[in-house]
Ligand binder design. Structure first.
Ligand SMILES: [Zn+2]
Length: 232
């Protein structure tokens, strides 16, 4: 396997070798002609792309192992500080982004809630009505005739409340006219809430003639139960 080094690794290797050379080849224990910390710091904090060519101080630093060591120390401290600042900025920015996203989320959710409270156009067109089969069954078993349900010639959102003990599941709803023709067929899933089994259907009765009809309800696949209905 040939380990081709990337340009970056090659650059870093050469740089390291150059640095080691300067650090070892120019000992200056007496610190002859050294420019001092302030100059070293200034050199270290200068942008990498700024030319140092012909700068006598730089010339000294690159030919004085002691100064170069100090220069590297200052530069690494500055690089570290810059990185920390960049990180802080980035985290600050990320935090701001999260905050903005949260505000937008809450705002959208807030308006969404308002919207769901407000009836939609489709909801507005359907008049909610509850048909309580339980109460009718009770009156019928008490010896009376089944009293008819009254429906309007309208779009109706019907909540069909089933007799107590009815199981959740798939139910069918039919409306038949006096000639026993099926006018409306609907299928829905009943659920039990607070002990009441019910399902919801939407029916458009606006095209019906006023009169007597028959409502049939069954849990699939069981038999139909029928109830009289008067459409007004
Ligand atoms: Zn020096």
């Amino acid at each position: 396997m040939s380990a081709e080094e990337s340009p970056k690794i090659k650059y870093e290797r050469l740089q390291r070798r150059l640095q080691e050379e300067i650090l070892s080849k120019y000992p200056n224990p007496e610190r002859k002609g050294c420019p001092g910390d302030a100059v070293l710091k200034a050199l270290a904090s200068r942008p990498f792309d700024e030319s140092v060519e012909g700068d006598p101080n730089w010339e000294h630093v690159t030919h004085c192992s002691e100064c170069y060591r100090e220069f590297l120390g200052f530069r690494s401290a500055i690089t570290q500080r810059d990185r920390t600042r960049r990180e802080a900025f980035r985290w600050g920015f990320a935090g701001a982004v999260v905050l903005v996203a949260l505000v937008i989320f809450l705002f959208v959710r807030g308006t969404g809630q308002n919207e769901s409270k407000r009836p939609q156009n489709a909801e507005l067109a359907y008049i909610p009505r509850t048909i309580n089969i339980e109460s009718m069954t009770r009156s019928a078993t008490a010896g009376g005739e089944k009293k008819p349900f009254f429906l309007d010639r309208d779009r109706e959102a019907l909540t069909i409340q089933l007799p107590v003990g009815s199981k959740a599941g798939t139910y069918e709803f039919q409306l038949r006219d006096q000639a026993d023709r099926v006018i409306v067929t609907k299928s829905a899933t009943a659920a039990i809430n607070d002990g009441v089994t019910a399902f919801l259907i939407r029916v458009d009765l606006s095209g019906l003639q006023p009169g007597q009809y028959k409502m049939e309800v069954r849990q699939v696949p069981w038999d139909w139960d029928y109830y009289p209905v008067v459409v007004r």
